[in-house]
Ligand binder design. Structure first.
Ligand SMILES: CC(C)(COP(=O)(O)OP(=O)(O)OC[C@H]1O[C@@H](n2cnc3c(N)ncnc32)[C@H](O)[C@@H]1OP(=O)(O)O)[C@@H](O)C(=O)NCCC(=O)NCCS
Length: 157
């Protein structure tokens, strides 16, 4: 399939998510997640002061959210538009979150992922995330599944 011209010029340049981005973020979330977050959840993340970032071109084609507390950062969501997947954006965005979380003083970044999400699991494995445990029935309907909890330690114990 022919690609739109702007897809060749997309660059990695994270910007802070704004309230005006949320409708595009929600549309993207609906295209990639079996249990998509609502507009309210994204709005609450922004209002709570979580680290909320987007990639624009000029439309939003990626987003990432993490929260930090007590030396721990929690990656809550990351996605790249299907048209732009497989070109290194997810990898660069994750590295961006890791370096920001470390600068903010976190000792580690942890996250949950579906066992069935092989592309995300491959990405985390490539970045040296380690298996911490399993949260039974973490993901609800319509795609019920346990979560694998993975963690990347920034500082050795
Ligand atoms: C996970 C996601 C963010 C990766 O973004 P991306 O831009 O495609 O990732 P990259 O191009 O940087 O690829 C990084 C690595 O991820 C893995 N990967 C990416 N796509 C893959 C695929 N289709 N199959 C297997 N591994 C894949 C590979 O290890 C890849 O490294 P490599 O290119 O050296 O082999 C993207 O697939 C996505 O948005 N998925 C839907 C939302 C989601 O599942 N988020 C994670 C929730 S925990």
């Amino acid at each position: 399939m022919a690609r739109r011209p702007e897809e060749f010029t997309r660059a990695f340049s994270p910007e802070r998510m704004m309230l005006s981005d949320i409708s595009e973020v929600v549309a993207l979330e609906q295209s990639v997640s079996p249990t998509p977050w609502s507009k309210t959840i994204f709005t609450d993340c922004l209002k709570a002061g979580y680290e909320c970032w987007v990639l624009r071109s000029p439309e939003v084609f990626g987003y990432l959210i993490f929260a930090s507390a007590a030396q721990e950062s929690h990656l809550l969501n990351i996605a790249i538009h299907p048209d732009s997947q497989g070109r290194g954006f997810g990898s660069s965005f994750l590295e961006f979150a890791i370096s920001l979380a470390a600068k903010e003083g976190a000792d580690r970044l942890f996250l949950e992922v579906r066992p069935s999400n092989s592309s995300a699991r491959a990405l985390y494995q490539k970045k040296d995330f380690r298996f911490l445990g399993r949260r039974p029935n973490y993901y609800g309907r319509p795609a019920k599944e346990d979560a694998l909890v993975l963690s990347l330690e920034f500082k050795p114990d």
